[in-house]
Design a protein around this ligand. Structure first.
Ligand code: SF4
Ligand code: SF4
Length: 226
């Protein structure tokens, strides 16, 4: 199995699934057939202002325009991760989050239970522990300051953070993985908490979900129709 030593995207594209058909926008297939010698991902990354993992985009994450903007976003991510590990800021989810961050036997039982991973043709990007392993490495190296020799190394930069956020939206948070994990790790919770950092600390959220979901529901809740 390919381990996420870096957040390098897999070369294989996922098959269209009910989940990504409804939530993700496929990029134009015409650019795929270009005669350019550059890879599809390289051409796409150069032609768009957003972060690209493969030919699917779940979150339109725009690239920062300056180094200062980039540093601010990365620091916001790290600060958000610190808050998730704090009783004051995250007392409701701290215990299961910490347990899920610190323990994984890498048995991959959860992969067999994940409908997205299965429907993608076992694309590594969709393996439940793929995204979890990235945030774990960031956590151990940059929050707990444990030697990378113990839990694996990773560089914390804008590209890593942006790809991790994109990966968190390649999960439908169904929690089938959590139900089958023999030690109770909740990979869905990790996806959800990554989204929480992106939304609350970095202002990154899929426009459609925010405007047609959260905002709409909140406005109806505040002012019930009729
Ligand atoms: S089933 Fe649980 S312990 Fe096994 S790889 Fe998945 S999260 Fe880790
Ligand atoms: S919650 Fe778990 S099983 Fe469901 S899509 Fe996400 S990783 Fe897969």
């Amino acid at each position: 199995m390919k381990q996420p030593d870096s957040v390098t995207p897999a070369s294989r594209s996922p098959r269209s699934t009910p989940s990504n058909r409804s939530r993700c926008r496929r990029r134009s297939t015409s650019s795929r057939t270009s005669r350019s010698s550059l890879s599809f991902q390289t051409r796409l990354a150069r032609n768009t202002s957003c972060v690209v993992l493969d030919d699917t985009i779940a979150v339109n994450i725009e690239k920062p325009k300056t180094k200062e903007e980039e540093d601010k976003l990365v620091n916001g991510f790290l600060s958000g991760l610190e808050k998730l590990m704090s009783v004051d800021d995250n007392w409701t989810f701290l215990q299961p989050f910490e347990m899920s961050m610190e323990h994984c036997a890498k048995c991959h039982t959860c992969s067999d239970a994940c409908p997205i991973y299965e429907e993608s043709g076992e694309n590594e990007l969709y393996r439940p522990v793929y995204r979890s392993e990235i945030i774990r490495r960031i956590y151990f190296k940059y929050i707990k300051k444990v030697s990378p020799a113990v839990h694996g190394d990773i560089d914390l930069n804008w590209e890593t953070v942006a790809r991790l956020i994109e990966l968190s939206y390649r999960c439908n948070v169904c929690r089938r993985c959590a139900q089958t994990c023999p030690i109770g790790v909740d990979n869905a919770l990790l996806s959800r908490e990554i989204r929480k950092i992106a939304s609350m600390e970095m202002g990154i959220v899929p426009k459609e979900l925010h405007e047609d979901g959260s905002v709409l529901q909140l406005s109806r809740w505040v002012r019930p129709p009729g």
